[in-house]
Write a new protein. Structure first.
Length: 286
């Protein structure tokens, strides 16, 4: 496994450029956001249109020259959109861009809102309907799709299991967000069993931590009844999570996504992020 970081986290922490943030943290890998306009966020002051072969190639040359690599592309799709064809086209553009940048994973959402009248099987069927037309490009490029456990639909373990079982060839898997199951409301004493259940499907990660109020840690809660914390704090034992992933044979990224940074003054955020990185490096080396 290796350490990575979300590009948007570097920007929010206060780094003036991607290069500055990666060098300061001594990390050479990052997750790259590609918006619905198919452009990146500013990278050293410039946004790249990844739908353009020339601009993607130019970005790749920049990354190679600096010794950086994209571990995954992150998309802002939503399969609850009534225009499902538009979402599929966006995901396919992401797969093409990832291939050009030599990233082997595209992180996607499933459904970002509940749909009236839908049950579990309906949500699974709709997500599968959206993912299935993307499988041809996955097979041709070798790039995988990784649904994040995110929101009030895709944080349900039964949803994820049922979805992955529909794609046994391995081109669809999980972006494991270590904090989102806890955010959703699962008790801390159930989290590690969940990680073990889903570890075989993990292709990419978002590493974050959170804390529930006293008396709320070991009971099922409503979504959002936690406070996000730095990675080195919080209730989730990230060393146990890493150990579970190791035992399953996972050997890819651990991508920092500290969602507690808003709690700190702007001048404190880089210090917190540095401590996050050093904490994970220590866990990886132990």
């Amino acid at each position: 496994m290796f350490l990575s970081v979300r590009d948007v986290i570097l920007r929010y922490a206060g780094y003036e450029s991607l290069s500055e943030g990666l060098r300061d943290l001594r990390i050479d890998s990052f997750e790259l956001y590609m918006g619905r306009d198919l452009k990146t966020q500013p990278i050293n002051g410039e946004r790249f249109n990844l739908a353009s072969r020339d601009e993607a190639a130019r970005l790749k040359r920049f990354l190679d020259a600096h010794g950086f690599k994209v571990c995954a592309l992150l998309l802002a799709n939503d399969f609850s959109n009534p225009d499902l064809g538009r979402e599929v086209a966006y995901v396919n553009k992401g797969l093409e861009a990832a291939y050009r940048l030599e990233a082997c994973v595209v992180r996607i959402n499933a459904l970002m809102r509940e749909i009236q009248g839908y049950g579990l099987e309906d949500y699974v069927a709709r997500t599968a309907e959206a993912v299935r037309p993307c499988m041809r490009l996955c097979k041709e490029t070798g790039v995988s799709l990784a649904v994040e456990n995110h929101g009030v639909v895709a944080n349900r373990v039964e949803f994820l299991k049922a979805l992955f079982d529909r794609f046994p060839d391995g081109h669809l898997g999980l972006t494991l967000d270590t904090g989102n199951f806890y955010w959703f409301g699962y008790p801390i004493n159930q989290l590690y069993e969940i990680y073990e259940t889903l570890a075989p499907y993990v292709k990419h990660t978002h590493v974050k931590n959170a804390a529930a109020k006293p008396g709320k840690k070991d009971v099922m809660r409503k979504p959002r009844e936690v406070e996000m914390t730095p990675l080195y704090e919080g209730d989730i034992a990230l060393d146990r999570v890493i150990d579970i992933l190791r035992k399953t044979g996972y050997g890819y990224d651990l991508t920092i996504e500290d969602e507690s940074l808003h709690r700190f003054k702007p001048e404190e955020r880089i210090t917190v992020l540095r401590k996050d990185a050093e904490y994970l490096k220590g866990l990886l080396s132990s």
